[in-house]
Write a protein that binds this ligand. Structure first.
Ligand code: FAD
Ligand code: UDP
Length: 369
């Protein structure tokens, strides 16, 4: 198993339970991949080291799975954003609309008000910008999305697909929950503790600071690879584009911003958001506070790949790597990096469970979940 993130852990566990001997290797000094959480040494606060992670899903089986390995506390993601000198609620909801336009609209009035602002000449939005202009209009787009998106993706929203914005709801009521999903929560002791329990099986051995190359993998019957697909082939066709993130840590006594995540919509503020980690665990009590300012930039060869860019050029390069991957024997490419897609944790787990089941079926080992 290459990678001790959710993909590697979940597949490894399923196969281990079926009697297979599993070796999990990860180049980093810790398990958990990008979901990794650890205690900040100065404040004792549980920190999401690679960016804020909130668990949300509609998949009952996945929800049951994570609850097998961790105690989940109720947690709703309520994001704020600072733009043009004021603080607003996200995702765009009735409060945001009324505050931004100085109105006291009720739901149906707000819907009509926003429809009147929307650019209805756009019938089938293709780009991020078209999607925003079509559904919220220019004023809200410029205040909340344009600057943030330029910082996050390093390009104009006219060059990005509409699908990126479709991830965010617009609500004509006061519901400020960032997600729609039925099941939402936070593992009480963090994601790394949960993943440690998933990996805790007599048939699983974990090796850290162990980067796996294609040559080294030949020693195993089968490899499940959750690293970057282009990296497996030594980038021989070129590099798939990613955005990476830099986190600038600072600490504070007390409560610095009053919420877990504060976005910054103005393009001249260089960071995209600030995360105050102790608000992810309101059941804990800490005098001190630790915060991460988050900056996004193009991913270099030595940086951690975070967000796949997936523009036209990347998609055709990906198709070439996928063709190479299909020709590879005894290797399954999985997870966020192995398939070069943005995957939420619940989808990662769902795909990992399905991947393990397919493998077990293929080797005639049952595979019933
Ligand atoms: P990863 O977590 O990336 O794990 C891959 C592992 O493989 C890494 O540990 C890496 O070190 C290792 N590896 C790679 N190559 C090699 C190699 N050659 N040899 C050895 N080891 C190797 N999802 C949500 O559901 N909710 C959220 O709120 C959320 N927030 C996010 C915020 C950010 C900033 C990001 C980037 C993602 C977020 N996600 C969120 C998505 C979540 O991080 C992923 O779903 C999850 O990490 C995918 O797990 P994975 O195992 O596929 O990949
Ligand atoms: N976005 C924005 N302003 C915000 C939050 C999000 O413009 O305050 C855009 C941004 O382009 C982001 C996309 O909406 O990539 C999807 O938002 P999400 O919260 O899903 O961001 P991600 O998970 O990509 O960080």
């Amino acid at each position: 198993m290459v990678g001790a993130g959710l993909s590697g852990a979940v597949i490894g566990r399923r196969l281990a339970e079926q009697g297979h001997k599993i070796t999990v290797m990860d180049g980093r000094p810790h398990i958990g991949g990008n979901c990794h959480t650890e205690r900040d040494t100065e404040t004792g606060v549980l920190v999401h080291l690679y960016g804020p992670h909130i668990f949300h899903t509609d998949d009952e089986e996945v929800w049951a799975y994570v609850n097998r390995f961790a105690t989940f506390r109720p947690y709703k993601n309520r994001v704020k954003t600072t733009t043009r000198g004021a603080v607003y609620s996200l995702p765009i909801n009735l409060h945001t609309i009324n505050q931004f336009f100085g109105q006291t609209l009720r739901p149906e009035e707000a819907r009509r008000f926003i429809e009147a602002k929307a650019d209805t000449t756009i019938s089938d939005p293709q780009t991020f910008e078209e999607q925003a202009l079509r559904f919220v209009g220019r004023d809200l787009y410029e205040a909340f999305f344009q600057g943030y998106t330029i910082k996050q993706w390093g390009c104009s929203p006219t060059e990005l697909p509409a699908s990126i914005l479709k991830r965010l709801p617009v609500r004509f009521n006061y519901d400020d929950n960032y997600f729609f999903h039925r099941f939402q929560g936070m593992p009480e002791e963090g994601y790394t503790a949960m993943i440690a329990r998933i990996l805790d099986h007599p048939n699983i051995t974990v090796h850290l600071e162990a980067t796996v190359t294609r040559d080294r993998a030949a020693a195993f019957d089968h490899v499940f690879y959750s690293g970057p697909i282009d990296g497996w082939f030594d980038f021989r066709l070129g590099r798939l584009g990613y955005r990476t993130l830099d986190f600038e840590r600072f600490s504070h006594k007390g409560d610095w911003q009053g919420c877990a995540v504060m976005n910054y919509g103005d393009v001249d503020v260089p960071w995209t958001r600030i995360t105050e980690h102790k608000h992810f665990a309101p059941w804990e009590s800490h005098d001190g506070s630790v915060l991460y300012r988050e900056y996004s930039r193009a991913c270099g060869p030595d940086d951690i790949p975070y967000y796949p860019i997936r523009q036209v050029a990347e998609k055709s390069l990906l198709a070439e790597y996928v063709a190479l991957a299909r020709a590879e024997e005894n290797v399954t490419f999985t997870g966020r990096l192995g398939t070069y897609r943005y995957l939420d944790m619940d989808v990662t787990i769902r795909e990992a469970l399905d991947c393990a089941a397919a493998y077990l079926r293929a080797v005639g080992d049952g595979g019933a979940m």
